[in-house]
Every structure is written in structure tokens, then in C-alpha cells.
Design a protein around this ligand. Structure first.
Ligand SMILES: NC(=O)c1ccc[n+]([C@@H]2O[C@H](COP(=O)([O-])OP(=O)(O)OC[C@H]3O[C@@H](n4cnc5c(N)ncnc54)[C@H](OP(=O)(O)O)[C@@H]3O)[C@@H](O)[C@H]2O)c1
Length: 298
């Protein structure tokens, strides 16, 4: 395609969406997909061609071949089937941003789609709810990169954040600036939130995909944003319900990667595995219990 550039991929995270795609969960979103297809959303690697870039990403408007970059393939769009589980991919230059020193390829790949999703979710919550400063926000899935970035951004906007992570991961979640609630089912999480904020929280970001009872945590007229449409409750009590849909956003990703470089945004890599071990990585992700992402390297 004209204007597209090649990236030699060094690292790509294994995400829940990869397992869901393989299982056919997203067939309705990829009606033209044919097999064999290549999975994989986020990537970090090296540009093989010069790439045009916005001034936010490269002051002189060009990222030169050889630059270390990260980004993600919007797999449910026109790139369906041409994902990052490949050694070389062809991308729109608008999808990529340079990776700063101090951030490894594996770390950049963990953040490239996921941290952007958490950031976009808090943008959406703020646009629906108004200013988050002084509000109370509940985030599920705070041990994962989507939820962790969301907690960090909501705290940064002045919200009081209650968060649920994985079992035995309280120190990590508290380190993001949240008050930690126990990891239990959706009704239990909602009850725990109501014990802290009896009138209900102003907003929820459901990155952990707790089920519909989580809506009970929200005050009348509040806001509920979900990471997946399958976990969006029917609106009730005047609550606005919406879903985040991440889009490539190179300038925002550049800022998130700079935050990772200066240590204010965590990027947890559970383990790096050879690309050839993708099937094993999928089995391990399905089994659960990971702290951070499995990253396939080549
Ligand atoms: N809409 C978009 O554009 C978009 C983009 C990227 C990702 N996503 C979605 O965002 C979600 C989070 O992604 P991620 O990469 O951060 O996932 P992840 O690394 O797998 O982390 C998910 C976290 O959620 C927790 N969790 C799972 N089920 C839960 C439940 N029923 N109640 C409370 N917590 C629960 C997990 O805890 P345990 O370890 O205890 O299970 C874990 O801490 C995924 O579903 C992903 O598909 C959406």
C-alpha cells in the first residue's frame, strides 16, 4: 500500500485478544478475514524504511530507517490477518513512535496497545463524566497493563481511585496510587466499593471484565466504561455506559513511553519467549496466574 513502511519486529506481547480471535470470539468484527492469518496487535522493532511522522513524534517530520519504534496494528480494521506475530510487518507510519532509551523492546510492546487503551478509557470516562478531579473512580483489572495505565491516569487527573487487581498483587496496585479492593466477583467488588463510598463511585473502568453486577458500584447518574463490549451492562439508574475502542495514537504513545522511561508507568514483562513458542505462550496465558505479559521475541 502506498506510504506504508516496513518494521523488523523484535517483540510483540501476547494478549487476551489473540486468544479470543483464535477462538472465533471476534468473527463478527472481521467478516472478510481469511485463513491462514497472522495474529498480533502490538509491536516493537526497527524501521526498515524512512517513515513520515508528525511533529509530535519526530521534530523534523521523519523517522529514519534504523529507528527503534513501537506501535500497534489495528487488527479489527483493514489490517485483519496481517498482525505482528511476523518477523517483518508493513504498517502505516501514523501507527509508530520512537522507543526511548531505557525502555526495552519487550516493555514497549507491552504498552503499545494496552497502555494506550487505558489512557483512552480514562479520556472517555472524563469526556462522559466531566472533570475527574475530586471524583471517585473504580478500576478493575489493575494488574494488567490496560487497567494499570488507567489507574495511573485517573490518579493523575486528581481522582480518588479504588482498584482491583489480581490476587496477591496488592503492592503493585497500591503503587499506582490506588486504594486496593479485594479480587472477588463483580457483586463482591461492587459491595466493597459501596463500603468505601456508600453513595457509589462516580465512574467505573472495567478492564478486568467483571460481569454486569459491577454496575451496582456506580452512583445514580454516574459513568461506566468497559474494555470489551461483551462486558457492558444495560444502562440503569441514569448511568451512562460505553466501551473504549483503542485507535493508533502515536503522539500519545510517545508520551506513555517517555513515562515508562522515567519510571512513572510500569511495563511488566512476565517472560520473553521465542516467536516459535507462540502456541505455548497462548496455553500459558489461558492458564492464568501471570504477572505481566508474555512477550514473543525474534
Ligand atoms: N477495547 C479495546 O480497545 C481494548 C484494547 C486492549 C485490550 N482490551 C481488553 O482489556 C482487557 C484488559 O487487558 P490486559 O492486557 O490489561 O489484560 P491482562 O493482562 O490479562 O489483565 C487482566 C486483569 O484483569 C483481572 N481480571 C480478570 N477477570 C476479572 C474479573 N472477573 N474481575 C476482576 N478482575 C478480573 C485479572 O486478574 P486475574 O489475574 O486475577 O485473573 C488481571 O489482573 C482485556 O480483556 C483486553 O482484551 C481492550
Amino acid at each position: 500500500m502506498p506510504g506504508r513502511v516496513r518494521v523488523h519486529v523484535a517483540a510483540r506481547a501476547v494478549n487476551p485478544a489473540d486468544l479470543g480471535t483464535r477462538a472465533g470470539d471476534f468473527a463478527a468484527m472481521t467478516p472478510d478475514l481469511t485463513f491462514p492469518a497472522v495474529l498480533g496487535w502490538d509491536f516493537a522493532g526497527t524501521l526498515l524504511d524512512d517513515a513520515a511522522a508528525s511533529a509530535d513524534v519526530a521534530p523534523d517530520g521523519v523517522l529514519a530507517a534504523g529507528t527503534r519504534v513501537a506501535g500497534f496494528v489495528p487488527w479489527f480494521g483493514e489490517a485483519a490477518g496481517a498482525g505482528s506475530y511476523a518477523e517483518v510487518i508493513v504498517v502505516d507510519p501514523a501507527w509508530v513512535t520512537p522507543v526511548p532509551d531505557g525502555v526495552s523492546d519487550a516493555e514497549a510492546s507491552v504498552l503499545a496497545m494496552n497502555a494506550l487503551t487505558g489512557a483512552h478509557a480514562i479520556d472517555l470516562l472524563a469526556s462522559l463524566a466531566g472533570d475527574l478531579d475530586g471524583s471517585t473512580v473504580l478500576v478493575t483489572g489493575a494488574s494488567g497493563p490496560v487497567g494499570a495505565a488507567a489507574v495511573r491516569d485517573a490518579v493523575g487527573r486528581g481522582a480518588r481511585v479504588l482498584a482491583v487487581g489480581s490476587a496477591d498483587d496488592d503492592a503493585f496496585v497500591a503503587g499506582l496510587g490506588a486504594e486496593v479492593l479485594p479480587r472477588t466477583d463483580a457483586a463482591g467488588i461492587a459491595a466493597a466499593a459501596r463500603a468505601v463510598v456508600p453513595d457509589g463511585v462516580d465512574g467505573v473502568f472495567n478492564a478486568g471484565l467483571a460481569s454486569h453486577e459491577l454496575l451496582d458500584a456506580v452512583r445514580d447518574g454516574g459513568t461506566f466504561v468497559s474494555a470489551t463490549r461483551g462486558f457492558m451492562p444495560e444502562p440503569a439508574r441514569g448511568i451512562t455506559v460505553d466501551g473504549v475502542h483503542v485507535e493508533p495514537d502515536a503522539p500519545r504513545l510517545a508520551r506513555l513511553l517517555r513515562d515508562a522511561a522515567d519510571g512513572t508507568l510500569p511495563a511488566r514483562v512476565a517472560e520473553e519467549l521465542p516467536l516459535a513458542d507462540a502456541a505455548d505462550a497462548h496455553r500459558r496465558l489461558a492458564k492464568g496466574g501471570l504477572r505481566g505479559k508474555l512477550v514473543l521475541v525474534s
